[in-house]
Design a binder for this molecule. Sequence first.
Ligand code: ACO
Length: 351
Amino acid sequence: MQNSKIAGIGFYVPERVVTNKELEELMDTTDEWIRERTGIEERRYAKKHEETTATMGVEAAKIAIERAGITAQDIDFIIFATLSPDYYFPGSGVILQREMGMENVGALDVRYQCTGFIYALSVADQFVKSGMYKNVLVVGAEFHSCGLDFTKRGRNVSVIFGDGAGAAVLQPTQEEGKGILTTHLHSDGKFAEELAYYNPGCHGGKFLKDDKKPHFGEEPEFGGLFMTKEMVEHGEIYPTMNGRYVFKHAVEKFPAVIKEACAATGYKVDDIDMLIPHQANLRISQLVQLNLGIENERVYNNIQKYGNTTAASIPIALCEAWEKGLIKEGDLVCLAAFGSGFTWASALIRW
Ligand code: ACO
């Protein structure tokens, strides 16, 4: 069976840089607190009413498609990973399809948050390997700043996230041992509520502890669960995160899933030329690196400049590292992620 390879990659971040100092003016936080706990110095925020998750994806996709040496009309299938879609439905994949004039090709949205890009890449890999599609566009994009709580209440979450998009074009390769060698996808829904965006939804508070149950207001017999004015009034329309829990699990799962990818292919962690971890938090990346004994030159982090861009973070970091010449033909590249769900995933690629 043929492998798939990344034939082109691109990324886009909005122009507007938002520094920690600027956040100090919006909420009760400090540059020092943010740098110390997360490593983040600045992030980008999209231009409201002009940019969307899909339009940022389009910008990244245009670059990836051009670098793959094809045109938008050559794309056979789109996989779009995001947790901040333009609409609750339909998915952002169809908006990108329309905006890029990709006539009638299928579009699949993937909602696996921080691991979204690797999940999407893995699905694309199977389509290409099986021969079903020749040019699959994989996009990870987020517009977090549109819905963060910029008050003290939301400061533990809001300071972490940034906006942006990354994209890759997957094509078949006949070269032995090249391309995507293996992918590993995991989830443990036991922790679904520890890092989540509960509302809007149909859960009706069923899985939530009493202190987390949303305010529904006066309920009719049917309806009245999805999004109510009481939820808005009580600020229950923002993401919630149990930071310590996330930290603890992330530093375990990242190394485990990286080792799993190595074991599946017969490589050792020492063979990895470049590790691209999901940019969750610089402290998490540093602990993972320490645990695996990988030197600084073999790990790429750019959360300092862009914050955590969730599904976009891996393709942005991968592309930036490649543009800087840090990833060369023949290198063994490992992608790894951990995030909401909890989910965790890895991919090993011979570039
Ligand atoms: N600025 C200033 N103070 C803050 C801020 C802020 N932005 N946020 C929280 N604090 C305060 C809290 O209110 C608390 O104050 P108190 O002691 O007076 O009550 C204090 O700082 C400590 O709060 P904790 O939440 O206990 O802080 P912690 O040391 O756990 O650090 C953090 C929080 C940085 C989120 C940490 O838990 C962490 O790094 N977790 C990993 C989560 C993560 O990286 N998520 C990324 C997104 S998910 C993903 O991509 C996988």
